[in-house]
Write a protein of this length. Structure first.
Lengths: 629, 815
């Protein structure tokens, strides 16, 4: 049976759909066997977790083994799904998605174990939970935009019910709020997706680029050599990204309200993902959802769902719309810094334990935006990729680290909530004496969130902050200042909850030691927090080839862009600008010879003219794709 | 034996032993021995092991880098040096000048290397690496030795924690005293973690690693200050310490960013591969390249960084001309460098790093946390908050000295000078024995910073070492007193010398050491050497910068105040009549496990600065050897404040300077001791009268210059207000907007519903009604009478025929 798992198609499909299949199985178990249902669901999540570890553990020769030297997509699965619209069942893993897949399967196990206290409608709960897992895993593995969108929506509905049925007193409000916010994001994504779909054209890619986006060589030759009458649209994310990075990108051309198509697509996608992340000011669903959601759902929400925002930005926004991303980098970074500061301040004022952790999530996810957006590989640094690479690595690491620390924090809150049934920070105190082991573990998780070296939170924050200086000194300084605020609210929380002479709230007698099940949930999180803190390479080595590829592709794009912009500045050089009077009019030979090689003598009139015009107008408007002024 | 490869391994073991101890105690906890007693032995064993390994490493270091005999100070380098804008300048210097650059110290090549890489980005990397020179090794020995003493002492001091503890300081809501299980093992667990972090900070080979351990010692300090977690004063102090330190760390991060962005490395030294080739240039050799004779040169990376705009233009122009990205012509870099580009970044980076040191070493304006940190157990105050961790700021300043430009050094000196005066004045009136010592620590750290900032590298670092010994001694003595009296208040003590002779004598030694007691020009206790060196450096500094002469006087007055408050403390505690009979009755000398370390530290406080008899080997020559290359220039001027000169340290070795400084220091110290004796021992002058004479000044000092209140008003309250405001904004504005949007949609839906019901639906209903009515009317047609139907058929037929005939006629016309 395990032989089949050597096939990427089987393996990846198993990882995604095994939870859904298990959910189907649960449907036939009578609802009165609650324990059996929980056990089956737990077994399913454990099996998925094990399956997701196969690529990491498989030996080098195995077709499904995950290579740490390949920055591109691995274990690619590509099957026709809806051929008439060129929609494919297209999956794959790379260094950016694989850590998130592992995080998802791992946290699902822990969250399901944390669901043991759920008594209400256990069967429905477990079924929805497993469907949710399918949706989350699908989002991280899909390489077809349409498939991505489908999984995105698949994940949405179970989450809505999980909050809306098993939540706290205001669960309906929180559930519908979560649903609407995410739905709006989804709709914006849908619009952008269709924009890109109809603007994209596979025939504009060279065979090499087609092969790079996993189109079979013979198909690629066919696509490239046959003059099709119309454009060949695609939802393939790698192909869209190849198109987006073309010097005469089809997305950069069309204009609407003075902005290119990709600018609008980027903005729509970015808002959609920023809602999920969440970034200020579209974050307000998060505190409500967290406060009302049951503990395991909070763990999943903070640990996995927020990461989809960051993942979408790095997987979709940046590669497909580099021009807009370049122009809007200040916006992305600015929003990140704003979220960091705002979240930290808001967290400081909370009296509800869960709300505090929720706002700390807003603050911590701001680092992700800042790290992803700090586009420092520009002409001024002579296209040095080191800074941005560090920023993106930091952002990716921060997502993993936050997944661990925030899931841990929500679980820890849940532990006391189960015992004393309140979350008022001013009615705690003295837990250290009642529950010493629990408090010690809590301190570790909280310190991880505080960004203490040696624990997982530090690496991401440090990398991001240090790297962002190369993009903008002001933002970097503000971001660095957040460390003070973070220390403030975390230490104050620790003081109010764990320190002090005695417990101040109700049900003090219930504060007993951790049960074995609780130990089994929190201990892996603590161990991971420490391991990733002292051995960050465990994650960085997986990420860095893909991060490097991502950054280098965009840096090459920046270089080409600057060259084109410089060329288009000079009036005498317009002859060398590629002819792009119509998308279809470009002869294929011209396209392949990009960037155009211009033979210029050292002191040619052309160069003189360029230098001259630069001196006069050193900040010439940056034109993308060599548009004529 | 190949010491160069053994020393890093030795130090790594010395560094990791306490970590192992921490992990064992963490896992074993209370099960180690009876009530966790075994934890103490494990921790002590680990730190003593570290000490042994460090000592072996020191021996090895001296074996490969023997100390040179003191040279005569006749030849001193070039006549002047400033930040060279053009490195050619310095290259033209006569070759022999470099030979005499650092008198008495042959170049000792530091050992640098990487233990393990955390991440690589392009050519830059973040790694766990080491940078080992004489300073590192000496610090290792000092820290592990003092930590060993304090570990042993703590076995005695913390013995109450073995059983159930009744905490007198905490009352529960029902008025009872708090009773809790002892936490003996946890104390040693934290101490081990601290030792590990501190040693890691010292061995660190790059600034990022320094920062990691910087934070780790911070968190250890947090845990140890807040060791009595039930006391709100303790947890408040712990929070304050960590947060104030984070303010400093914020500056440090900015410094790191500057250097990382500009230089692409944070490593101190050059990293070499197996063949001895440099694979990664360190910060030091970038800022002070060997080919520029170790003079400070603005590194190319920083020049490039400040010329980003120009480079961007250049790159674009090149791209426009179709040339692939080529290197920038070197002459442009030189041109920018010579106009001082990048110098501002060097200043900013230096100030940023120093900002971190301000926090850690409790310098003005971030000094407020250290006195509060005395809420921790006294051994912690001795180890963390006087001898080692707070000295880390001074250590880092000394370590990064080569990359500091004169503007930064001047800032360091001024901050140090302000701190030393400020803290000394507060110490004059404090009555809590530990707070007097805490302010004294702040003041002495100010001395070190002052010395470093005014160019006295060896003076400052020497004071770090001597201070570590005598201040840990003083704290342990005060711990012994507190242990016996169960109070911190000097006003309840008195006459303790009779009952606690060992403590009294060792504390007297500590007091004498801190005031720099000695016979001028002959010798004295350890403080004598370091304080003299500092004053001598100040003398030279004042001579070079007449407009900053006040700093010399400040240092001298500080010396007098030090003597006064230290002897005030000693007299109040140990001589005279007991002020509180109840306290006095219970006083007893501490057990040998506590007095043993006192005696050992007292011996070291006396002799640590002495040379090994009959040789030239000692601490000072070791530090002279460790002095970074190129910093001992007669004059060091910056580009921004050209009027300020940082004089070289060798100038202060001049006999006349030395004599003046030594005599002045002696006079000041003697004056302070005499005044203290008059007021507190002989009681010729009533302190209360003096305080009454200057009530405002007295209240001002007693309230610590109102710093806590000021900061509370300036920072804490606005931050809290801002956070509340943000939370309100979140709920009242942002959430309101989204909720209103949702409500708006609901309202549109209702409107739609209304339109649907009232208009669309009603219109449809009307149509339906009309049809119905029409149908009702039409029903009349179906009457049931045959005649009606026949008529209808007839009419229909006629009509049909008419229509068809029309059609036919048209159709036939078509044919």
């Amino acid at each position: 049976m395990f032989e089949y798992l050597r096939d990427p198609t089987v393996l990846l499909s198993t990882i995604i759909f095994f939870p859904a299949a298990a959910a189907l199985l649960l449907c036939v178990i009578p609802g009165r066997h609650a324990a059996l249902i929980k056990l089956t669901a737990l077994a399913a999540t454990v099996a998925v977790c094990a399956a997701s570890l196969i690529p990491a553990c498989a030996a080098g020769g195995n077709p499904v083994s995950f290579s740490l030297h390949d920055g591109g997509f691995q274990q690619v699965v590509k099957l026709a799904w809806i051929p008439s619209f060129n929609i494919e069942y297209y999956l794959g893993l790379d260094g950016i998605s694989y850590p998130l897949v592992l995080l998802t399967t791992f946290l699902s196990v822990l969250a399901l174990a944390a669901s043991w206290k759920i008594e209400k409608a256990v069967k429905a709960y477990c079924v929805l939970f497993l469907l949710l897992e399918t949706g989350m895993l699908g989002v991280f593995m899909a390489l077809d935009f349409f498939l991505f969108y489908v999984f995105w929506e698949v994940m949405l509905l179970p989450m809505y019910f999980l909050i809306g049925i098993w939540g706290g007193p205001r669960r309906e409000y929180a559930g519908i709020k979560f649903f609407l916010f995410t739905l709006v994001g989804g709709v914006l994504m849908l619009i952008a997706m269709l924009m890109l779909y109809f603007a994209g054209d596979l025939t504009r890619l060279s065979p090499e680029q087609l092969i790079a986006s996993h189109i079979a060589p013979e198909t690629a030759e066919a696509v490239a050599s046959v003059h099709t009458t119309g454009p060949l649209h695609t939802f393939s994310l790698p192909a869209l990204s190849e198109m987006g990075r073309l010097p005469n990108s089809p997305f950069a051309q069309r204009q609407w309200l003075g902005q290119s198509l990709e600018w609008w697509a980027f903005l729509l996608l970015f808002i959609g993902f920023a809602i999920k992340l969440p970034a200020v000011p579209v974050h307000t669903w998060l505190p409500d959802a967290h406060v009302e959601a049951p503990t395991p759902i909070s763990m999943i929400l903070a640990g996995v769902l927020l990461k989809m925002g960051g993942y979408g930005i790095v997987r979709i926004c940046y590669p497909i719309c580099p021009g807009a991303a370049y122009d809007l980098a200040w916006f992305v970074c600015g929003l990140g810094v704003l979220s960091m500061v705002y979240g930290a301040f808001a967290a400081m004022a909370q009296t509800d334990f869960k709300r505090l952790v929720a706002y700390s999530s807003v603050s911590h996810m701001g680092y992700v935006l800042l790290g992803l957006g700090a586009w420092s590989a520009v002409a001024g640094t002579q296209y040095s990729t080191a800074g941005w690479q560090m920023g993106v690595t930091g952002a990716m690491f921060q997502m993993i680290a936050h997944g661990i620390s925030s899931a841990g924090m929500f679980f820890l809150v849940g532990v006391v909530y189960d015992r004393v049934h309140h979350r008022d920070l001013n009615q705690f105190g003295g837990l250290f004496q009642k529950m010493p082991a629990y408090s010690g573990l809590s301190m570790i998780i909280f310190f991880a969130a505080l960004g203490l070296p040696g624990l997982c939170g530090f690496i991401g924050e440090f990398f991001v902050v240090i790297a962002s200086w190369q993009y903008s000194a002001v933002m970097a300084v503000v971001a660095a200042g957040v460390v003070i605020l973070t220390a403030g609210y975390i230490l104050w929380t620790i003081q109010r909850v764990y320190l002090g002479p005695e417990y101040k709230g109700p049900h003090g007698d219930a504060l007993g030691p951790l049960s074995l099940r609780e130990w089994a949930i929190i201990l892996p999180l603590v161990v991971l927090a420490v391991v990733l803190g002292v051995y960050p390479r465990a994650a960085i080595d997986v990420m860095s080839p893909s991060v490097k590829r991502h950054v280098e592709q965009l840096t090459d794009w920046t270089k080409t862009r600057d060259q084109t912009a410089s060329l288009s500045v000079s009036p005498s050089s317009s002859a060398t600008t590629p002819d792009e009077s119509g998308e279809k009019g470009v002869s294929r030979d011209d396209r392949r010879q990009w960037p155009p090689v211009v033979a210029v003598e050292p002191n040619s009139p052309l160069k003189t003219a360029v230098l001259h015009s630069l001196q006069k107008e050193n900040d010439a408007p940056a034109e993308i794709g060599g548009r004529r002024p | 034996m190949d010491w160069a490869s053994k020393i890093p391994t030795l130090l790594a073991c010395a560094w990791l032993l306490p970590l192992a101890s921490f992990v064992i105690i963490l896992v074993g906890g209370r099960k180690l021995g009876r009530a966790g007693r075994g934890a103490a032995w494990i921790a002590c064993g680990a730190i003593v092991g570290s000490f042994c390994l460090s000592t072996i490493a020191l021996a090895g270091w001296l074996w490969i880098n023997p100390l040179a005999p003191p040279a005569d100070h006749a030849h001193h380098g070039p006549a002047h040096a400033s930040v060279s804008s053009a490195p050619e300048h310095s290259r033209e210097r006569p070759a022999e000048s470099s030979l005499h650059k650092s008198p008495g110290s042959p170049t000792a090549q530091p050992l640098c290397g990487i233990w393990y890489t955390l991440g690589e980005f392009g050519s830059s990397r973040v790694a766990i690496s080491y940078y080992i020179d004489g300073l590192t090794v000496a610090m290792f020995v000092m820290v592990s030795l003092i930590a060993s003493c304090i570990h042993v002492y703590s076995i005695g001091y913390m013995h109450e924690e073995l059983d159930e503890v009744t905490d007198e300081a905490v009352r529960l809501a029902d008025g009872r005293r708090l009773r809790r299980p002892g936490r003996f093992h946890r104390f040693f667990q934290h101490l081990s973690l601290f030792s590990f972090s501190m040693l890691g900070l010292i061995v660190a080979g790059n600034l990022a690693m320094v920062f990691c351990f910087w934070e780790l010692v911070g968190i250890c300090s947090y845990l140890l200050i807040g060791f009595y977690i039930e006391r709100s004063a303790a947890s408040n102090a712990a929070n304050k310490a960590f947060i104030v330190n984070r303010v400093g760390d914020f500056g440090m991060i900015v410094g790191l960013m500057v250097f990382w962005a500009g230089l692409g490395t944070l490593s101190f030294g050059d990293i070499r591969n197996g063949a001895g080739e440099v694979v990664e240039q360190g910060v030091f050799s970038l800022v002070r390249p060997e080919k520029a004779d170790h003079d400070l040169v603005i590194p190319e990376g920083l020049v490039r960084w400040s010329a980003r705009g120009e480079i961007s233009q250049f790159a674009r122009a090149q791209a426009a001309a179709g040339v692939p990205a080529a290197a920038l012509p070197a002459e442009r870099i030189e041109q920018w460098r010579s106009s001082g580009w990048g110098y501002g970044l060097l200043v900013l980076g230096g100030l940023g790093l120093f900002c971190g040191c301000i926090g850690k070493s409790a310098q003005f304006p971030l000094h407020v946390w250290l006195p509060d940190a005395m809420e921790g157990p006294t051994p912690v105050s001795a180890l963390v908050h006087s001898a080692t961790m707070v000295a880390a700021g001074v250590y880092l300043t000394a370590r990064c000295f080569p990359i500091f430009v004169p503007e930064v050094l001047l800032t360091i000196a001024v901050v140090g000078c302000i701190t030393l005066l400020l803290a000394a004045t507060i110490a004059l009136t404090a009555t809590d024995i530990k707070r007097v010592l805490a302010y004294s620590t702040v003041s002495q750290l100010g001395y070190m910073m002052l010395a470093l900032g005014s160019g006295g590298w060896v003076a400052g670092v020497l004071h770090l070492f001597t201070h570590a010994f005598f201040k840990s001694l003083l704290f342990l003595c005060s711990g012994s007193v507190i242990h016996a009296c169960r109070t911190n208040e000097l006003t309840q003590m008195g006459g303790l010398a009779r009952k606690m002779p060992w403590t009294a004598v060792t504390m007297l030694v500590g007091c004498l050491a801190i005031i720099g007691a000695g016979i001028p020009l002959v010798g004295g206790l350890s403080g004598y050497y370091s304080k003299d060196a500092i004053l001598a450096q100040q003398y030279v500094f004042a001579a070079a910068n007449p407009h900053l002469g006040w700093m010399f006087y400040a240092a001298a007055i500080g010396a007098a105040m030090t003597a006064f408050y230290m002897f005030r403390l000693w007299f109040l505690a140990f001589v005279g009549k007991p002020r509180d009979a109840h306290v006095f009755d219970h006083v007893h000398e501490s057990p040998p496990v506590m007095t043993g370390p006192l005696v050992l530290l007292a011996v070291l406080a006396v002799a640590v600065a002495w040379h090994v008899p009959l040789t030239h080997w000692g601490l000072e020559p070791l530090l002279s050897q460790a002095r970074p290359l190129g910093i001992d220039q007669p004059e060091f001027r910056g580009l921004m404040l050209a009027s300020t000169t940082i004089p070289g340290e060798h100038l202060s070795h001049d006999a006349s300077v030395h004599t003046s400084a030594a005599l002045l220091a002696f006079a000041m110290g003697a004056a302070g001791v005499l005044l203290a004796a008059v007021m507190y021992a002989a009681r010729k002058l009533d302190p209360a009268d003096v305080a009454g004479q200057f009530p405002r000044a007295y209240r001002f000092l007693l309230n610590k210059w109102w710093f806590d209140e000021l900061y509370h008003f300036l920072w804490v309250r606005p931050t809290m207000a801002l956070s509340r405001w943000t939370a309100q904004l979140d709920q009242r504005v942002i959430d309101y907007v989204w909720d209103s949007a949702a409500r708006g949609v609901t309202m549109i839906a209702r409107l739609d519903d209304w339109v649907d019901r009232r208009m669309v639906d009603r219109a449809l209903d009307r149509i339906a009604d009309a049809v119905y009515r029409l149908a009702i009317r039409a029903r009349g047609l179906q009457s049931g009478y045959v005649r009606h139907y026949v008529l209808a058929i007839a009419v229909g037929l006629v009509a049909l025929v008419v229509v068809m005939s029309l059609y036919w006629s048209n159709a036939s016309a078509g044919w």
